[in-house]
Design a protein around this ligand. Structure first.
Ligand code: ASP
Length: 332
């Protein structure tokens, strides 16, 4: 017995540490998909985009590596991308036909299926925080417009004015679209969906997904796309996968893209790679639904298919490998 106790303790420690080491963490982020062909982006802009993607994915991964939750990881990654002016979310979001910024965001956790979303909010600096608070601090899943803004104010979230949100690039883009000058594909074209998102798996086996956007350039009438719609732009279920989408929102809503991918994994036995590729490259492609998704499964396998020329994306895989990509010939 005297010898047995230390031996049992050693065995317990070994088993515990093996379990931790065996539990993979993984994270992927996106900054939108679209007609992103080589040569369209200035070198400077391409570098800024790659750096922001890497910064976001590393920040989320650090949280996971330290034993933090996938919810915290996707929130942190999306906040960084919302603050980066290169993407269509938070600062640098696209403009409505009236030259204003209306933001949408959603978040979901895969253990409880809890979810939160905001749509058509103005002035909320980090809409993903508002979506998260809708999930954790309200009995609701989705709040819109002024009500969502009041909720965010009551929860003491940061607000910012137009100087923070509106960039020269987005002003020029709106002018180009209004004047229909963009018959040739340029960086200012309408066919760029630079919404941001993140998906992650933590050590506890919990999946989470988050998406944030300004929607579509020149949008009118309070248009809302897929990004804040649970099941369309965002979905997470520990039994199948976590997905964040980007692309032409109307198609993603009609085809309930994020949920469809997870449902295929759950019910058909398809792998995540097969399910996400089928939905993006068959179902959506057939109807002209441009865009892509990032997705992760409970084993930490990441899939990032898109049916456009490019998708801004980055991942840190379960084996620790960092991947940052824009064009389709960079796909692994
Ligand atoms: N999916 C977004 C929307 O339709 C746009 C995007 O991905 O950039 O609102």
């Amino acid at each position: 017995m005297k010898y047995f106790q230390p031996l049992a303790l050693l065995l317990a420690i070994t088993v515990a540490s093996t379990t931790v080491a065996d539990n993979p963490v993984a994270i992927a982020v996106h900054g939108g998909a679209g007609t992103i062909e080589r040569g369209l982006l200035s070198e400077e802009r391409e570098l800024a985009i790659r750096e922001a993607l890497e910064k976001a994915v590393r920040a989320g991964h650090e949280i996971l590596a330290n034993g933090g939750s996938s919810l915290d990881a996707v929130t942190a990654a999306v906040e960084i991308l919302e603050d980066a002016p290169e993407f269509n979310a938070g600062r640098g979001a696209v403009l409505t036909s009236e030259g204003t910024v209306e933001l949408d965001a959603s978040i979901m956790v895969g253990g409880s299926l809890d979810a939160g979303a905001v749509a058509s909010v103005k002035g909320v600096r980090n809409p993903i925080q508002a979506a998260r608070l809708v999930m954790t601090d309200s009995p609701h899943v989705m709040l819109v417009g002024e009500g969502a803004e009041t909720f965010a104010r009551n929860r003491e979230l940061d607000f910012a004015d137009d100087d923070w949100f509106i960039t020269d690039f987005r002003r020029e883009q709106l002018e180009a679209i209004r004047a229909r000058r963009d018959t040739q594909m340029t960086e200012l074209s309408e066919d760029w969906y630079s919404t941001v998102g993140a998906v992650a798996l933590d050590r506890e086996g919990n999946l989470a997904a988050a998406t944030s956007t300004g929607g579509m350039s020149n949008k009118r009438w309070g248009r809302v796309g897929d990004s804040p719609i649970i099941g369309a732009g965002t979905y997470a279920d520990n039994r199948s996968c976590a997905v964040s989408a980007t692309g032409h929102g109307e198609y993603f809503i009609r085809h309930v893209v994020a949920y469809d991918i997870c449902a295929r994994v759950a019910y058909t036995g398809q792998t995540l790679a097969e399910a996400s590729d089928t939905v993006v490259n068959k179902v959506l492609r057939q109807v002209g639904g441009d865009g892509g998704v990032i997705a992760v499964d409970p084993r930490g396998r990441i899939s990032m298919p898109f049916n456009t020329a490019g998708m801004y994306r980055a991942a840190i895989h379960a084996d620790g490998r960092l991947e940052v990509g824009i064009y389709n010939d960079e796909t692994e």
